[in-house]
Design a binder for this molecule. Structure first.
Ligand code: ATP
Length: 587
């Protein structure tokens, strides 16, 4: 297929402002395209060589493209730069210069799609020593045989600036028209895309095998599935109503979504945007390899950095350490992730995406050997507002964003690539920020694990209630302690140790060790939230709930100058909570 057929369509697309016309041009193009190159044509029209998830990018630096252009046009680089300063588009500059080319080759072979694609592919893959020169030479070779118009598009493609703005959905529409008729067909094509994330593969399967081939299009391990997304509501009553009065409510962990593809011992991880992020999470790869009891499987999980010594979930920002290229192993040691699995899409040859969620959830429970670091997302099955609200508070306090409530109905399939009402997220519609530190009383402690074995993993902290002369718990705090603090804490607290909860302490939690309310420490948290667990200000803001400090952290100051009764009071915490509420603009 001649490349000029493709560039003619590019020109038309660039000159139209109407989406329908754009689709028509694509339909014409696809009809003219031989079946064996349709995948390549599809990728090229989106300025790509492969589906995004393969991570092979064109993006040749403008400098290199300019060198190739100088070579072919017989001009100096500075002349090209001058023209580029005027046009602002190296593609257009290329067209200008090739129109004025000094030596026109009489033996110019017309370019075909295969050659353009293969050359661009070699350019994209060239790495290492000498690769710059190789890229320039390959590009120059292509430009030498290109017409000025073709050169314009080749340059734009190779520099990652072919901006025809053709959305995936437009390509699907055009394929449906070019190869069949009717909406039913469109749905089948779209589903194939949603379960493969590969438009080229879908186009080729359709062109070669017709709609029948697409109907039997299968999920394959290694090809990411476009993620199912949630709608949002802000009242538990509405959520329950929308989900038929009953749903499964799950913690909405605040980490990074992973779609894990396991084939034997080989594990590949895709992000929410379907980039391959396997190298960022060697620890997650290992967890999946060790804990998923299936040969082949595709599961989805949220990965969260968790302090293993205390069991506390860390804020999402901790995962940023995984973005860097180097020292991933170090980051994985310092901030290891835990996985919370929430769906399974495929197991040993069986596509589960069309099964209802209760079935998928059961399979998930069967194939995952749970451990401290790899769990099924915490859930309850719920049919009333109160329980849902309480579970929500518990989730927020534990460090989650809220809940994802999911339909239990028999048609609750995995809607790949769609945001629908089978999943409804419930996040807070306010945000609070803690700006002040608080001084809290140590009333209990929990034994540590791992590095903290032999000392305390977290302290149970309380605020003072003047009216009742009691100490009401407000958080478990395990962060901010230095190694020295940890070593000294058991000694420092020993004088206050008692073998039962002190009568002035109000706690729903069972600590491993209890103390006389004496020691006061300074703590800062991210915010104050409602809590079904802590007793601070119980029933004051909402019936059945107390207040808790989220992500508490010891500042390093032991307030030896304060007695327990001088600690921050419950009233102050209530006041802080009220002051800090701010409405979040709906997303
Ligand atoms: P958000 O910023 O709210 O995460 P989003 O557009 O990325 O928005 P949504 O579909 O609105 O995604 O919310 C679902 C997201 O929540 C998933 O992408 C996933 O990363 C995360 N998540 C955490 N826990 C769960 C869970 N138990 N079930 C489903 N998704 C979960």
């Amino acid at each position: 297929m001649e490349y000029s057929l493709v560039t003619e369509v590019y020109e038309k697309i660039e000159s139209t402002t109407k989406r329908l016309e754009m689709t028509d041009y694509l339909v014409d193009l696809f009809k003219k395209t031989p079946k064996d190159v349709i995948d390549k044509v599809v990728y090229l029209t989106q300025g790509k060589l492969y589906p995004d998830y393969m991570g092979i990018e064109l993006g040749v630096a403008e400098r290199l493209a300019l060198r190739a252009l100088a070579k072919v046009s017989g001009r100096k680089e500075y002349e090209i730069e001058e023209d580029l300063a005027k046009t602002g588009d190296l593609g257009e500059t290329a067209q200008n210069f090739l129109e004025k080319r000094r030596q026109v080759s009489f033996f110019r072979k017309p370019l075909n799609v295969e050659r353009v694609y293969q050359t661009l592919d070699r350019i994209a893959r060239a790495t290492g020593e000498g690769s710059m020169d190789l890229k320039v030479n390959l590009l120059a070779g292509l430009l030498a045989d290109a017409s000025p118009k073709e050169a314009k598009y080749i340059i734009r493609t190779v520099t990652g600036k072919l901006r025809l703005g053709i959305a995936d959905m437009t390509i699907l529409d055009a394929l449906a028209i070019a190869y069949g008729k009717g909406k039913a067909m469109r749905d089948i094509i779209e589903r194939a895309y949603n379960i493969s994330s590969d438009l080229g593969k879908v186009a080729k399967t359709l062109a070669e095998g017709g709609i029948e081939a697409l109907k039997s299009f299968r999920i394959s391990v290694g090809n990411p599935i476009r993620p199912m997304l949630a709608e949002r509501l802000s009242s538990p009553a509405e959520i329950l109503e929308k989900l038929g009065g009953k749903c499964i409510a799950e913690y909405k962990y605040d980490g990074e979504r992973l779609q894990a593809h396991k084939s034997g011992d080989n594990v590949v991880l895709f992000s929410r945007r379907l980039e391959n992020i396997t190298s960022q999470y060697p620890d997650a790869v290992e967890l999946i390899r060790d804990h998923v009891k299936a040969g082949d499987a595709i599961i989805e999980a949220e990965c969260v950095a968790v302090n293993l010594d205390t069991g506390e979930m860390m804020p999402f920002q901790e995962l940023m350490h995984r973005r860097r290229k180097y020292d991933i192993e170090k980051a994985a040691k310092e901030y290891p992730v835990s996985l919370f699995a929430f769906d399974v899409l495929y197991v040993d040859g069986k596509d589960l995406t069309l099964e209802p969620y209760p079935v998928r959830h059961k399979v998930l429970e069967e194939i995952i050997e749970q451990s401290d670091r790899f769990q099924i997302a915490k859930y309850i099955i719920v049919d009333n507002v109160d329980d849902l609200e309480r579970f929500f508070e518990e989730a927020v306090e534990a460090g989650c964003e809220g809940l994802v409530c999911k339909s239990l109905s028999s048609d609750a399939i995995y809607q790949a690539g769609a945001r629908g009402w089978l999943w409804i997220k419930y996040k807070r519609d306010y945000k609070s920020e803690m700006t002040d530190t608080v001084d809290l009383v140590v009333v209990g402690a929990f034994y540590g694990r791992g590095k903290r074995a032999g000392t305390y993993g977290a302290l149970l902290l309380a605020a003072y209630n003047h009216e009742d002369d009691t100490f009401e718990t407000v958080c478990k705090c395990g962060s901010g302690f230095t190694d020295e603090d940890l070593q000294n804490l058991p000694k420092m607290l020993e004088p206050y140790r008692i073998d039962h909860k002190h009568p002035r302490v109000e706690s729903n939690l069972e600590a491993d060790v209890w103390f006389l309310p004496k020691m006061v420490i300074e703590v800062i948290g991210a915010e104050i939230t409602l809590s079904p667990i802590h007793t601070c200000a119980k029933d004051i803001i909402r019936k059945g709930s107390g207040l808790a400090i989220r992500f508490p952290r010891f500042t390093g100051r032991y307030r030896t100058d304060k007695s327990a009764e001088d600690a921050t009071s419950v009233d102050e915490i209530v006041e802080m909570y009220r002051r800090q509420l701010k409405k979040i603009e709906a997303e």
